[in-house]
Design a protein around this ligand. Sequence first.
Ligand code: NAP
Length: 314
Amino acid sequence: MRPLIPFVHQLDNAEADQWCATLRELLPSCDIRLFSQLSDEAKAQVSVAVVANPDPDEVAQLSNLIWLHSVWAGVEGMMANLAHLPFDIVRLTDPHLAQAMSEAVLAWSLYLHRDMPRYRQQQSLNVWRPQSYIDACDRHIVILGLGVLGQKSALRLVDNGFRVSGWSRTLKRIDSVACYMGEQSLCELVAQADIIVNLLPLTPATKGLMGRDFFNRVKIGAALINFGRGPTVIDDDLLQALDEGQVSHAVLDVFAQEPLPTQSPLWGHPAVTLLPHISAPTSVATASRIVAANISTYLTQGTIPPSVDKTQGY
Ligand code: NAP
């Protein structure tokens, strides 16, 4: 009998069909099916599932699940709802995703570095006023989170001449990037940063990390790029910091509620650039290849890829 692998999702049908079709091509010896196509008997047979923002109640029905593979990098939703269940949770780590994220970090760092928000505003007022030029090596960019995405982004910024520091839970060693850990270092780092890039996962420790205290410590006029998760930033505190000029500009790609509600004051704020969660989209083509390779290894050798640390939440 072919191993049965369900795709458990809350995507639209066309997207789900695309994932299933691609996985079927890559795993011809497996029976890839949508969760909705499983009988109760079939649900009990499943040892591994592929998921995209799954309904936790559906995953919980897979009573003999040993591990699941998410096709997304962030796992905070599953940590909140499924971490108590005994199976392992494997998230997507994809070099293509890291490349896309590093490109976004570079693009929006250059946008801030070359004063584009200010020139845009000057243009709207018919103002011709050159701003003073600052060398990239004199811009200090601090990346919070030196994981798969943060490290790639840090190196891309270094390649483009910026001065780069990074902060993580455990200390890293990365050529040309000054690395730090711990609360005291965070306070010192944000006080020196011209641009702060958030690439932390959302966990109990990072939720609300960027609130009033944090913004009071940043260098006056620093800019923020949030490409991690929305709830790491307390929106009201950010808005106050922007209104007071403590933070000069924020590029926001992720929000506590997505899509961002139309009544949010972030939409119309002159010092906010708002993006609809596009900094590093999962590629079905590359992610499917990674998922399929991991499942093949499991089916032939019994090896499960490194899984999320449920005590840390990422
Ligand atoms: P990762 O490899 O798990 O790296 C996470 C980094 O954050 C690690 O360096 C980790 O420290 C650090 N960290 C975690 N908790 C911390 C804490 N309490 N204090 C200090 N540092 C902490 O994750 P990733 O693949 O780089 O992805 C990062 C996040 O990006 C994802 O969780 C997701 O939320 C977000 N994301 C956004 C998009 C988008 O389109 N906007 C796309 C993909 C992902 P250690 O190295 O010491 O473990």
